[in-house]
Write a protein that binds this ligand. Sequence first.
Ligand SMILES: NC(=O)c1ccc[n+]([C@@H]2O[C@H](COP(=O)([O-])OP(=O)(O)OC[C@H]3O[C@@H](n4cnc5c(N)ncnc54)[C@H](OP(=O)(O)O)[C@@H]3O)[C@@H](O)[C@H]2O)c1
Length: 377
Amino acid sequence: MDSPIHLAVDPAKPVNIVFVGAGAVGCFYASRLHHPDHNVHVSLIGRSNYAALAKGGVQLQTRSFGDYVFHPHAVFPSVTAAALCGSGSKLSTQPRDWDFVVVTTKALPDRVDDAATIAPLVGPSSTIVLIQNGVGVEAPYRARFPQTPIVSGVTVVSAEQICPGVVRQNRWTRLHIGPYTSSADLSSSIASSAEPLIFNVDKNDPLTKRSIEATMRLADWWVRLGGIRDIETLDEVGLQIVRWHKLCINAAFNPSAVLSGGRGNSDMASDAELRFHLKAVMDEIWEAAPRILGRSFPDDLASPDKILQSTDRNKGARPSMLLDWEAGRPLELEVIVGNPVRIARTRGVELPRMQSMYALLRSAQSLRDQYKGKGKL
Ligand SMILES: NC(=O)c1ccc[n+]([C@@H]2O[C@H](COP(=O)([O-])OP(=O)(O)OC[C@H]3O[C@@H](n4cnc5c(N)ncnc54)[C@H](OP(=O)(O)O)[C@@H]3O)[C@@H](O)[C@H]2O)c1
């Protein structure tokens, strides 16, 4: 897509943005988007960290921008409270039409219907923005909101909430965003065609136009106002290509870290059998993605060999799925492993290594939850 355009905000019409999922990624990107001086106002919906956010905002410790405190426009304890706030943060009887609803929760479609959760926030002029790992994350939102622009986002960042209201960004700021207009049910298990997925690329379609404009506005604010230099806008297929490329890393390392008994990335890569397995998973995705999306990975995206080389250098990294497993939290298993297997299958492509990891880890998670329910863990 074109480079971000400078879009002045109408002083009479402030832009109101709300983040659902005020964790590591949400707080970091929210803090770089909030610019009241340019009439761009960002609010947060807190949950377990609500009290800390409401009291002191978000303390950020960042490698890229130093340490600072982000005071959001408003902090809400729930979606309902954010939906019913009128101008400012006063409660109203009319649901509010937020301009942008940014979802930065963990993507857990097997546990919670986040599209239903955010419904009270979405009005006729809203755009939904999803910054989450995995593929097929957009489908439930498109199904529930057929006419709402969706901007899909993939980030390469290393960030963590080290205690409520304190977020540390360790490295990277990379964010790819692009429109998502497809109405295809990407996660249907019915084999429909061996053809690549067809995305709507009609730039004159009103939904496409609004989605592209929303993408460009966000990129402009994050780059020009927020100082994040490596925001990149992509077209619809390009953004999905980046999602599948990130999957090479996430789907190879995350499930394997749990299934290997709790090993970090470079530790796994130093074991010859595990290295063979990691490379084979990445190769499986690398070969499948162009058949599914109808476009090859561009040359500037790292190949499986390059990903392994950089893993060797990045000692100590432990994938988020392993941290979630160790903490007894739900895993982003469906969007990182289950959806790719199902989406590939609809295009007549099998991902046998991914399917094996999916079956094993899905079972392990289910048994863990059953034992936990019976108080045996
Ligand atoms: N962290 C990274 O470095 C990184 C890098 C690249 C991509 N990602 C991806 O980015 C996404 C977000 O990850 P993250 O690391 O930021 O996760 P996180 O730190 O766990 O943050 C998620 C936040 O969402 C909140 N939340 C969940 N459901 C909610 C609801 N219904 N209402 C209000 N708040 C809700 C959680 O609240 P509670 O605390 O109450 O549960 C938590 O604060 C994931 O898809 C992840 O894979 C993360």
